[in-house]
Design a protein around this ligand. Structure first.
Ligand SMILES: [Zn+2]
Ligand SMILES: [Zn+2]
Length: 104
């Protein structure tokens, strides 16, 4: 089973997004940003894939079922950062922000 990677930071502003953070947002590829960057900089357009964002689910710490929980599937440790320029991001956001994610 492949497990959602709980990435440790916002790709745009680099703030920490620990597993219990209510501010973490993800796209379908697990690209991870904070709610502030999604609302302002990105306007619900993932700069890596063009998709929309949803709140990242919070994984329980304990294993309520065998093999689950952070005790078995800990958060990722590799910090990511954007590989596109500010201009490239602004261009994609301008193209897609008015299009509902379901219609992209
Ligand atoms: Zn951010
Ligand atoms: Zn994405």
């Amino acid at each position: 089973m492949s497990v959602l990677e709980l990435r440790p930071n916002c790709e745009a502003c680099d703030r920490d997004l620990p597993p219990a953070s209510a501010e973490a947002r993800i796209c379908s590829y697990e690209c991870t940003f904070c709610s502030d960057c999604v609302a302002t900089l990105l306007q619900n357009v993932c700069p890596n894939c063009g998709g929309g964002f949803v709140p990242r689910p919070i994984r329980p710490v304990a294993a309520y079922r065998e093999g689950t929980g952070l005790v078995n599937d800990p958060p990722g440790t590799r910090r990511r950062s954007l590989s596109y320029s500010a201009e490239e991001i602004a261009d994609l956001v301008a193209r897609l922000r008015a299009v509902d994610p379901a219609d992209r």
